[in-house]
Ligand binder design. Structure first.
Ligand code: ZN
Length: 137
């Protein structure tokens, strides 16, 4: 693990790849990544941890009055996702907001987040897609 890369790139890497932190001392997992384990304090040793990108919806709501830059996407659903590793993360759900239920399985997908004008920068990041007919094995 390289620890000297600038924070910006660490955050980009984290956002694109769902990389958080794992405490080697107590096994706690964190997303977004942390520099310090609140349980172990200075005794904790944190390393990068890549989450599976699988989880389930524990809470959700529909955004109809979207913030600036997201107007063309409304209505859309945002949810709290509990990852299979037990960590909860907020995120936007892709697709139409019907059929969303608490407990439904979701997976992380890489999608356009927003665009700065017609010819502008396009920002990508993780969103969440409801998985229908999931193989629960
Ligand atoms: Zn710890």
């Amino acid at each position: 693990m390289i620890s000297s890369i600038p924070l910006y790139w660490r955050l980009q890497k984290s956002r694109y790849n769902l990389i958080g932190s794992r405490c080697k001392t107590c096994g706690s997992l964190y997303f977004p990544p942390r520099q310090l384990c609140p349980r172990c304090r200075s005794k904790g040793q944190l390393e990068d941890y890549r989450f599976s990108g699988k989880g389930k919806i524990v809470s959700w709501t529909i955004i109809r009055a979207a913030p600036e830059g997201f107007e063309d996407q409304a209505p859309y659903a945002v949810a709290i996702i509990e990852l299979e590793e037990g960590v909860k993360v907020p995120g936007q759900l892709v697709g139409r907001p019907d059929g969303i239920e608490i407990g439904k399985p979701v997976r992380a997908v890489f999608r356009r987040i927003t665009e700065d004008g017609p010819a502008g920068l396009i920002h990508y990041g993780l969103k969440w897609e409801v998985v229908e007919n999931q193989d629960r094995s």
